[in-house]
Design a protein around this ligand. Sequence first.
Ligand code: ARG
Length: 584
Amino acid sequence: MTSVTSLTAQVQQRLANALTATRPEADADPLLRRSDRADYQANGILALAKKAKSNPRDLATEVVGNIVTGDVIKDVEVSGPGFLNITVSDRAITENLAARHADTDRLGVPPKDTPGITVVDYAQPNVAKEMHVGHLRSAVIGDALRGMLDFTGEQTIGRHHIGDWGTQFGMLIQYLFEHPGELAPPQDVDGEQAMSNLNRVYKASRAVFDADEEFKERARKRVVALQSGDKETLELWQQFVDESKVYFYSVFEKLDMEVRDEEIVGESAYNEGMPETARLLEEMGVAVRSEGALVVFFDDIRGKDDQPVPLIVQKADGGFGYAASDLTAIRNRVFDLHATTLLYVVDVRQSLHFKMVFETARRAGWLTEHVTAHNMGYGTVLGADGKPFKTREGETVRLEDLLDEAVQRAAEVVREKAQDLSEDEIQERAAQVGIGAVKYADLSTSPNRDYKFDLDQMVSLNGDTSVYLQYAYARIQSILRKAGGALPAAHPELELHAAERALGLHLDAFGDTVFEAAAEYAPHKLAAYLYQLASLYTSFYDKCPVLKADTSEQVENRLFLCDLTARTLHRGMALLGIRTPERL
Ligand code: ARG
């Protein structure tokens, strides 16, 4: 594996050196950015001049004299009040890209030296309940964040904190106890049957629960039996969990997403640790008794009439809830999994819950300066009409129906364009295009914003969609196939066209972009990068003939740019969890 330092980082280093050589006492940032006028512009001299009380243009000229040019930097010129315009050499661009091309796996991007361990809490549906679009967002965003973090060298551990515990199970279990055999064994059902069985049991038990006071009482006793670990009760509870998992797995498979059994660690897993969590918090004085309950107060969290709103660790009746399970999970993730970062991909509507949970854990010393927690609170999924996503009848849309419809729409698009694809291939591509479209639409929006679920827009071939990117990739593959004997090969001696330079400099920025997007938990930055890559490729392709270029070196060098573009698109899309079919 070769690790390649990006041109941006190299130019940055050279400028920093020149600044130090000019004003050794000043610790100035060159403030480098990509620019349209030259390749880069540096604005940092203005601030330095102000501090040093010198004329910025004079200082800039002095700095230029100290910049090492010739190899990477071809030309530097002072512009405006004291900016530097920097142009890098064609040779440096091609050589850098060639080194990336040689590293098929990582495109020359080195993993970080001191990785941490991030526990990512995402894709957390609830047992015996249908998944909805909110669960879709958590799954898609969480999976992409993991992909990007893994690529930077960070070690990620997934935790699917499924809702598999709580008083609602009393009613379900009691019903199953009185009507054995209502749930088929999990190995005998597919996802859809599993969910319809669960729905049936849920409706039937609800009906009895609402109508029959004595059943209600038996259900309440069942909750106590569940919490005290009664064997028979736990076995019935397990049946609900197993049946639900069949359903979850079928949805995750449709989503083309790997979910590992050992990472499904639901609320119930923390049941045993909850009394200890409560004891520790009470002993440390972080939690206090109030009207029989064990609670934590916060100065800045108040409700109606300015009354403080506490976090309830333990209810007055001794029961534990959602907060206790999250606090216990934090102890597990910090002390047993040795996490350095806890990342929660959960609907923004739970942000107050997490604010209180994190603050409590900080007061307890479980979260510190070195072990931090973040909630990537994502916004609501809206329909094309801008209102929360519902069916025309006002019901929640079933996730599977939504995904099926996306695939169906994609099939229409693929079929229309397909030239030499068989029906089987069309169906396979349709799944990759349809699911990719759903994921990309979500990921290309900043996660904390609401986003519109608009299938027409998602599968459109024009604009910022995954289909557009997938077609760009497939077109490159088709050019590479048509090249006959010509193979991609870099020729650093060749002069580059402006469109080649723009594409090349963007290709060089892949690693920097992934690192930035991962550090900021911002998959939309990677999506925007990939979209721009496809656009720069399109203008390169319009302006620079590839197979019909003037010389065979020129043909090879352009094929090489095509190939590296394809690999970068493929890699980037894969990090987001999206496939790039070879032919479309
Ligand atoms: N199961 C919850 C829900 O559907 C989300 C769980 C989020 N994770 C957590 N650690 N609380 O709303």
